[in-house]
Design a protein around this ligand. Sequence first.
Ligand SMILES: *Cc1c(COP(=O)(O)O)cnc(C)c1O
Ligand SMILES: [Zn+2]
Length: 373
Amino acid sequence: MGEAALVCGVCQAVYAIDIPIWRCNCGGLLNIIHEGLFDPKEIVASDVSLWRYRERLAIPETAIVTFGEGFTPLLPVSIGGREVLVKQEHLFQTGSYKDRGATTLISQAKALGVTRVVEDSSGNAGCAIAAYCAKAGISSDIYVPADTSPAKITQIIRYGAKIHAIPGSREDTAAAVMAAAQVDYYASHSWNPFFFEGTKTFSYEVWEQMNGHEPAAVVLPAGNGTILLGAYLGFQDLLASGLIRQMPRMIGVQASACNPLAQALNLNSDEPVAIAKQDTIAEGIAIAAPIRGKQIIEAVRKTGGFFISVSEQEIVESLDEMCRAGYYIEPTSAATIAGVKRIVQSNLVQGTIVSLFTGHGLKANDKMMKIHS
Ligand SMILES: *Cc1c(COP(=O)(O)O)cnc(C)c1O
Ligand SMILES: [Zn+2]
């Protein structure tokens, strides 16, 4: 690993990378800042996982917890009558892209000698943290909303994690975990900056798979923004090294039922707008108060991007179209594809569009059956 430090986004305090904290003493969000530049000569070409970029990941090599994840196929998929490059991120060990962040975060926890972690999630991040903890021999307590897809809850339990099913909203679950996070290591995919060390590899892979070029735009979900912010960091790294000519436009997709970021851009606000969230089948992006909302808005704005809000009907339509093309994805994943479809049909982007399938349909079979009948 190269040199890196933890830096507070609020008070700019700097901490050594090996201190087991998940937020600044002032309460601010921490980011990982690397010294030097991304150097393509340091890519370990013989490693076909995301750990090929280990020299650019702030994790000691002695403690890597891996299932050989990453380097998912980048396939052309016809969406709205146009070919879009779609990363097959539903093909990870636990069935969603969250494994990108879980492998780096739990590797760091292991390097720190952590024996127990807590995490809260709408489902998939909990699955990923539970699986990597199982592999690492770390015990995990996972907090989820009680109405999370039963398949995801079962998956978490099967990995040997202790589940805490919290009645009420996703926000109630986030509140419930906070007391535990004062005691145990908080393996949060929104707070903990080591998660983003993993998700940034999305962009490195896209760049390699496009033979050293960048797309015109990347269309990504915007719930807590864990893949969006990771992708932003990755492309920034490539830009700083002169490996791409310009930042791709970052376009975030939200469900109309829960779109605090889209509304912020409309109102020209730097912060997520307080909203009354409605029900959506896109359970994985129904985040009313994203912790890193300000960072997501900034990333989208700075790259000339925007947000798209998609209706429940558009989500179901895109789900149906993708399944009929042979891609069994979960409803939340279809929300992003519905955003891509709108962009294509309204011709909002010239040039190559990259997007992703975020999660596997088998994880939400109850919802898939309900939608079908
Ligand atoms: C986590 C997740 C998302 C959205 O990710 P955010 O980090 O909340 O923006 C989208 N789809 C699926 C299937 C997910 O698991
Ligand atoms: Zn601070």
